[in-house]
Each structure stands twice: as C-alpha cells, then as structure tokens.
Design a protein around this ligand. Structure first.
Ligand SMILES: [Cu+2]
Length: 403
C-alpha cells in the first residue's frame, strides 16, 4: 500500500508540475510607483545593506506583520498606465515564463516553451524573479526580506498557516479520498489573504492551463490532503539531493521531478519543491480512468498562477537557499551550470525572458493576451543564468549561510 501510494504520488506530481508554471516578467530596472521607488542594480555596492533571509519560524510577530503589510501594499498599488497591480504583474510574469515563443533567428519555430520550470533555468530564473519581488517589498518597507520555508522544520506549518500570517487552510469543500477519508479545503476565508479582506485575484490571470477556464478570484487551499499529506519532509531527502554532484541531476531532484537513491537509481515523481506545491494546493486522482488522471485543486497546484498564494515566495526562497548551499559546498560558478545543449533560455549565457531585450514573447492564454497586461520591459535590462550564479552579488544571503 505504501508503495502504491508512493507511485500515485509520483504520477500526481508529474502531472501537476507539467501544468504548473507560468510567468510574466516586467522590467524592474527602474520602477516608479508614485511613492515607491526602487532601483535594480546587480552591483551589490548600490545597497546599503545585504538582505538576510530568515527561517519563517524565527520571525518576530512584528516581522510577520511587516511582510504581510508589504505584500498587501503591492497588491493594491497600481502603477500609472497599468491595468494590473504590482503584485498581479509579478503573477503575470510567472505565467508568461511558462509559455514563451521565441522571436529571434534560429529559434523561431513557433512552439511554446517553458522557461522557468522543468529545465536548467528553474533555479536562475526564480532567483532573479524572487529577488525582484523582494526588492519590490523593500520599496514599501526596507526592513522586509523574504522568509524561507524549511520543509524539514516541523514548526513551520503552524507559523505559516495561521491567521496572523498567511492564513489557514481553505474551507467549504469536502473531498472524499478512497481509503483515506474526508478532507476539507476550498477558499481561504480568514486572515489577510481572504477575499473578504481584499485578496482578490485577477480571473484572467488565474487560469487553468488545461481547460483554458478561469479558476476564479479567491485563494484556494487544500492543505495536507492525501496523497500529499506527509510532513515534515525527511531531512535525508533534502540531503540526498544536495549530495548530487551533477547539476543535471541536482536540478530535477530539488525541483522535485525525481528522487535519486544512494545507488543512483532514479525514481520519477513529485518531491521537495514540487511536493510542497501539491501539499498546499492539493491534488485529486481519478483512478477510474486509464491513464489515471490527476487534477490540481488549489492555487499552489496550478503552477502558472501559483504566486497568487503568498506561500509561493517562501517555498521558492527555500529552493533558492538550497541551491546556494549546494553551490557553496563545492559546486560554485559556471562549471556547475550547463554552458550549452539546453533549450533557449536555459544555457549559461542565454537571455531569460522578460530580461531578454524582446527575444521572446509569452503566448496569449485562452482568456487573453498576457502581454497587453504587462509593462514594457527595458531593452537594456538583460539577465542570463551566468549573471545570477552568485546570490551574494545580488545583495542578499540566508541566515543559514552565515553561521
Ligand atoms: Cu514553485
């Protein structure tokens, strides 16, 4: 039974992840949102201080309040000429990155490509993306940094999913899972991220990639519904991923598409970062069909619009922290990132949309043209994986890297 459950888990997460990521990016080279101004520069000397990202379980209640307040400010601040708030622009960027069409010579075959997931650029793209989000938060409140969710920390659940922070599980929907019982989820009804308290998602951005239909305007969670119910993640699972020396194995292991045992045997599935998406959002299995069908239930399970659940930033800060740890533990620099042989955008010196000077464009969704919702990207705001290999040069670090 345990084995069966494990393979089901694996299948679920495979499906979940393939459909899960999308993004839209905007140039942050210089953003002027009336009272909030910030300037992006890769030169760390531009910053008065280095941002230290902390374990979420170590935040004071004042720090938690400041983080939530800064997020809510981005959600309600609409830059001049924009149809979207700053927060919604970040969501749109994530969606766009999951569905790019390349415009430039030699790559313009019209097919839709994933930039931010399922390939090498998963780590560098998200490093740049969440750092820009952190800077947007700091433009509101300079004391805020992104907390990380250490998946092996048993205390993290109570801290994160609490009405004094990111809100609790969703309510109002009961799902019956064969042999497991009944589980509750639905829209989040209390705390700062309830619709009633102003956390209303853009229905055109919150779209189900499979059906092309809108997933609505409320944050939805099915926390800890089987099969993604085990917590905490065993420390040995993380350590095993960190012990892999080859980026081409380390990346899919930590992103969570495979696990690799001590003998080097690879098992496909949904682990670590991917598992956490399903753990919060919930996934459903229809075992009566062949092949078995899997369906994401909540916001975190729909990868493209998953940044609408603020826990997204904590999950990705942890993935980034573990990449930084791996890098500083003997895998530093460009020798540990693929120079070539990957799809465009994923090689060491490829440009990553939206910081690519117009080389790629996100494909329109069934609900509309994403690009028309996004700001113009500065043609001089260019970022390649090689530019972000050293996180310290981006002006931040993790408390676990400073001990
Ligand atoms: Cu993710």
């Amino acid at each position: 039974m345990k084995h069966l459950l494990k393979s089901v888990k694996i299948l679920i997460y495979s499906v979940l992840l393939v459909t899960a990521c999308a993004l839209t990016v905007f140039a942050h080279d210089r953003i002027d949102h009336k009272q909030y101004k910030y300037h992006w520069n890769h030169n760390v000397g531009q910053y008065a201080r280095i941002a230290v990202r902390k374990n979420v379980t170590g935040l004071t209640s004042a720090e938690k309040t400041a983080f939530v307040k800064a997020i809510k400010t981005l959600k309600t601040t609409i830059p001049a000429g924009s149809k979207l708030s700053i927060y919604d622009q970040f969501v749109a960027i994530h969606i766009g990155a999951t569905r790019l069409i390349h415009n430039h010579k030699g790559h313009s075959n019209g097919s839709v490509q994933e930039l931010a997931h399922e390939n090498a650029a998963f780590f560098p793209w998200h490093r740049e993306y969440i750092r820009r989000f952190e800077q947007a938060l700091q433009a509101v409140d300079p004391t805020v940094t992104l907390p990380y969710w250490d998946w092996t920390d048993p205390k993290a659940l109570d801290v994160i999913f609490n009405d004094d922070f990111l809100g609790s599980n969703g309510q109002g929907v009961t799902i019956k899972i064969p042999n497991q019982g009944s589980f509750t989820g639905g829209s989040v009804k209390s705390g700062a991220f309830a619709a009633a308290n102003g956390w209303v998602m853009n229905p055109v951005l919150n779209i189900d990639q499979d059906t092309g239909t809108s997933l609505g305007t409320s944050l939805v969670r099915f926390l800890q519904a089987p099969p993604a119910s085990d917590y905490p993640v065993p420390k040995k699972d993380v350590e095993r991923a960190l012990s892999l020396n080859n980026y081409s194995l380390f990346r899919p292991a930590l992103e969570g598409f495979i696990s690799v045992d001590e003998q080097g045997k690879v098992t496909p599935g949904g682990f670590l970062h991917n598992y956490i998406h399903g753990f919060v959002g919930g996934v459903q299995i229809d075992a009566s069909t062949r092949p078995v069908k899997f369906k994401g239930l909540g916001t975190m399970s729909n990868i493209p619009s998953s940044p609408y659940d603020p826990v997204f930033w904590l999950n990705h800060a942890n993935a980034d922290r573990l990449w930084a740890e791996w890098q500083e533990n003997g895998h530093q620099g460009s020798d540990f990132y693929p120079a070539n042989g990957q799809a465009y955008g994923h090689n060491l010196k490829d440009l990553m949309w939206p910081w690519d000077g117009g080389m790629s464009t996100p494909k329109a969704t069934a609900l509309g043209d994403l690009l028309s919702l996004l700001p113009n990207f500065d043609s001089k705001d260019l970022v390649r994986p090689i530019d972000v290999l050293n996180h310290r040069k981006l002006g931040y670090t993790y408390e676990t890297r400073e001990r």
